[in-house]
Design a protein around this ligand. Structure first.
Ligand code: FES
Length: 207
């Protein structure tokens, strides 16, 4: 009966007692490392929001643009950018900007061709990456083999796929394009029902 009750709450998007216990456990691990790691700077603040939309700057310094970004490819982007090179190199600020393969709508001349997901694997926080090769076209984590589908960020294989929602769906950044085709990141809300919480997950929104 208790399990049934928790499942109903999960599908509604509520953080359940089980989720709370997982967060508590994660907090315990974080505290164990407190003397060694500047967690205050590192961990995402779930109450924090980013106020303004920002253009996506690519590692080479250019702006991501629909007209020039190749179909079925990806780039690592940093968000939110602070301007401090140490903070900006943190894994929790790294996102995979993916232009989907043609079979998933990547040839569309609009923002629907793109996705942008947190690179922090939801299992044990290694960094996954996008593999565009035929037969793959998915995110893969090198540590224990979790795989993520690019349409919506859902883990479909490996240990992350066995975790209960919201810890089986990658956090996402929502995008828009301007008249020149430049891509922008819309203001983020670090909540499991919005952009998600980096390293913890996101509830898939019902369409
Ligand atoms: S950390 Fe990615 S599968 Fe374990």
């Amino acid at each position: 009966m208790a399990d049934e009750e928790e499942f109903v709450q999960d599908t509604r998007g509520t953080v359940t007692r089980r989720d709370f216990l997982k967060l508590l456990a994660a907090g315990g691990i974080a505290l164990a490392f407190t003397p060694f790691v500047p967690w205050g700077k590192f961990m995402p603040d779930p109450t924090n929001t980013v106020a303004n939309k920002v253009k996506i700057t690519l590692p080479g310094g250019g702006i991501a643009n629909i007209k020039t970004f190749p179909v079925d490819s990806s780039e690592v982007v940093t968000y939110p950018v602070t301007g401090d090179p140490v903070l900006d190199s943190e894994p929790f600020r790294k996102w995979q900007l993916v232009r989907l393969p043609a079979s998933m709508g990547g040839t569309a001349d609009d923002v629907s061709a793109f996705r942008c997901y947190s690179m922090v694997c939801l299992h044990l926080w290694c960094l996954w990456k996008y593999w565009p090769q035929p037969g793959r076209m998915r995110g893969e984590c090198p540590c224990h083999g979790s795989m993520y589908r690019m349409q919506d960020g859902l883990a479909f294989a490996g240990p992350a796929s066995l975790q209960a929602p919201p810890s089986n769906v990658l956090p996402i950044l929502y995008l828009e394009a301007d008249g020149n085709g430049d891509l922008w990141i819309l203001p983020a809300i670090w909540n499991v029902n919005d952009n998600g919480i980096v390293g913890y997950g996101r509830f898939l929104q019902k369409s």
